[in-house]
Design a protein around this ligand. Sequence first.
Ligand code: ZN
Ligand code: ZN
Length: 267
Amino acid sequence: MVTDGVRHAMRRAVCGLLDLLFPDECRICEQPLHEISRIPVCLYCLKQPQALDAEFFCRTCRTPFLNRYPLDETGQCSLCRLGLNGFDDVYSAGAYEGNLRKLIHLFKFEGVRPLARPLGNFLAQVLPREQRFDAIVPMPLHWRRRWQRGFNQSELLAREISRRWNVPLRSPVRRKKATVPQAGLTSAQRRKNVQGAFEVKRGPRLDGLSILLIDDVLTTGATASACARALKRGGAARVSLLTLARRDRRGGMDVQTNSLASAAGGS
Ligand SMILES: [Zn+2]
Ligand SMILES: [Zn+2]
């Protein structure tokens, strides 16, 4: 008969061994982890993020605004009205802050690849059920960036969506230009930075297809827009953008004014 004391000692020994193999606390809230998992994050921190809340937002790109002034009578922002956004609609799971931001960091920069599954789940939940797509396309990385990181985070996410919905995964565009990091650039500089960054690969055309483009974080949309335009050059009829997070720039500078200055030939 095994006494409580022996059982307790055995459990301690097993737990000690597991602590060596698995992290014992959540990498986000630092609470002890009770389940054995390849994901070092507790269930609480893996909850579906809250949708970005805004009273005013563009009906096409869903950019949030502080007031209705940047929107026209149809509810579109100036970038969408002028056709500067290459995508037709945008969905994001939440704002790029708090837990979602930390999860993306663990996934993308610390290489916690098993997070692709719960993050893919976040993505699947924000898309309206009635939406139908012919192909799922991950935002391509330049080969050098991909080689440095060892994986393309958008591709892991796109694979999850593709598997879940049984929609084919395709990679019809290539990132031919190793663009300088976009952080710290204005919206206009970002657009310039990604100009000509994408090209359509040789292969079957995308004629008439409705495409779901997957990316991790949406900032100004300049990169996603350039990629969406490349997909349309390849024949795509519609490009919807789905991202995990979106930076809420309402507290920052007026990015739309900057973009328009550049579109109009200003500097
Ligand atoms: Zn936690
Ligand atoms: Zn818009």
